[in-house]
Design a protein around this ligand. Structure first.
Ligand code: COA
Length: 404
């Protein structure tokens, strides 16, 4: 089965960011899959370093890793988000580097913006998506789906445009990052800004701050794995291949000791990443994620969600310490307190945060059933209703409006 895929860029003209600064000409790159029938649009929000290229592994977009068909196992003909039923739209967020205007884009003076680009927030991502959907003729969305920072983007839809979306699926996400994650993101940014090639963000004409960006990505990878997945993937083994060993400088004594699998993995990932991502974009997008707080401008998370009249499926993974099951449960409580029908589906997985990308057989069924039937969908479970994997751990005693 083949479905229509279209790629494009919408010129949105002058755009004022949440911070109050503007750019004269904001362009937004998007992809769509399938046919719009009026009520079948599903917006897929990409994670931090992802792109609008959600599905279609056979197409070579010239990008790699998370930027190339990053959810091909979930989105496509006959898959959980079935593009023969749904019209899937994905938009590259402002501040990124896959076609939507960001720090590496050309400013009116003909030079890249660099760090003169306005600070970007997740609300800016949401507003740009809304404008692109207007251009595509999509009013109300059947659903908004996304993981990680993309899950925060999903939550923001329920707050910014509560009447425009019927069902939301925030996956492996939280109402806000905890201080441990803020710390690691801060260190990752330091790695970039202390690279001599970063040069205040003005490096486009010369050597790029690849070491700094590579280290930032390595910190990210450690956050996306778990103790168990690292044990399984690498243990303490010495690396079978040495080809990335020279990626970073080393001291003479290093030769006496093994270069380990875990180091080789991270060095390989760093090398791949710097070829596909812009260092300034990494600064901008991690700041947007760090800044996000569901309750901002409201009295509480529940208050922020109060105007949303649709349904929500939250998916968390037991091995994820970046966005924990506890953070997911606290978010579920907020939905319950706001009287929004919600299911918090906990997936048993030792894959860490990456589980939402590498466990399609566990994510697909609840997602597909929820898109079709809402929280009553067949394979959708809920911590409050079913007790999750371990009822004693997750069954919350809650005094929400719902329990009455
Ligand atoms: N030394 C060197 N390279 C190694 C290695 C080692 N010890 N072990 C694995 N690799 C290589 C693999 O050969 C593979 O190479 P390829 O990409 O050229 O095919 C690559 O590392 C990825 O392998 P791995 O991470 O083990 O695959 P996976 O299926 O477990 O996970 C991804 C796939 C895409 C989820 C993961 O690679 C990734 O990119 N994670 C980050 C995703 C992300 O950005 N999440 C953030 C959300 S905010």
């Amino acid at each position: 089965v083949s479905v229509d895929v279209s790629q494009g860029t919408v010129s949105l003209g002058s755009f004022e960011f949440e911070c109050g600064e503007s750019v004269d000409a904001l362009a937004a790159a998007y992809e769509t899959y399938g046919e719009f029938t009026g009520d079948n649009a599903v917006l897929v929000c990409h994670a931090l370093t992802g792109s609008q290229h959600v599905s279609g592994r056979h197409r070579d977009g010239g990008t790699a890793g998370q930027a190339r068909a990053w959810w091909d196992d979930i989105v496509g003909p006959g898959k959980a988000v079935d593009t023969t039923d749904y019209y899937v739209v994905s938009v590259n967020v402002p501040g990124s580097c896959y076609g939507t205007t960001g720090p590496s884009s050309e400013a009116p003076d003909g030079e890249p913006y660099g760090t003169a680009f306005p600070p970007v927030t997740i609300r800016d991502w949401t507003r740009v998506q809304r404008l692109v959907l207007d251009e595509l003729g999509v009013g109300r969305l059947h659903a908004v789906v996304g993981g990680s920072a993309g899950g925060m983007n999903v939550l923001d839809w329920a707050v910014a445009y509560p009447d425009d979306v019927h069902r939301i699926v925030p996956i492996a996400t939280a109402a806000r990052l905890d201080p441990q994650c803020l710390a690691l993101d801060g260190i990752a940014r330091r790695a970039i800004t202390t690279d001599p090639n970063w040069n205040g963000g003005d490096y486009y004409g010369g050597d790029h701050p690849d070491h700094g960006l590579g280290i930032a990505r390595q910190i990210g990878h450690v956050m996306y794995l778990s103790k168990d997945s690292m044990e399984r993937k690498f243990g303490r083994r010495a690396a079978g291949r040495d080809f990335v060993r020279d990626a970073f400088p080393a001291d003479r004594a290093a030769d006496f000791f093994p270069y380990r699998e875990v180091e080789s993995y991270l060095d390989y990932q760093a090398e791949k990443f710097v070829d596909r991502f812009d260092a300034n974009s990494y600064l901008y997008l991690t700041r947007a994620m760090d800044d996000y707080d569901l309750a901002e401008g409201y009295e509480s998370d529940a208050d922020a969600l109060a105007a949303f009249e649709g349904e929500a499926l939250l998916v968390s993974f037991t091995g994820d310490w970046h966005f924990t099951v506890e953070a997911g449960e606290s978010l579920a409580e907020a939905f319950r307190d706001a009287s929004v029908p919600v299911a918090h589906h906990v997936v048993e997985s030792d894959h860490g945060h990456d589980a939402f990308l590498v466990e399609p057989e566990k994510v697909g069924p609840p997602l597909s059933d929820f898109l079709a039937d809402g929280v009553r969908g067949r394979s959708v479970t809920d911590t409050a209703r079913d007790g999750g994997e371990d009822p004693t751990e997750y069954a919350p005693v809650h005094n929400s409006l719902f329990s009455g």
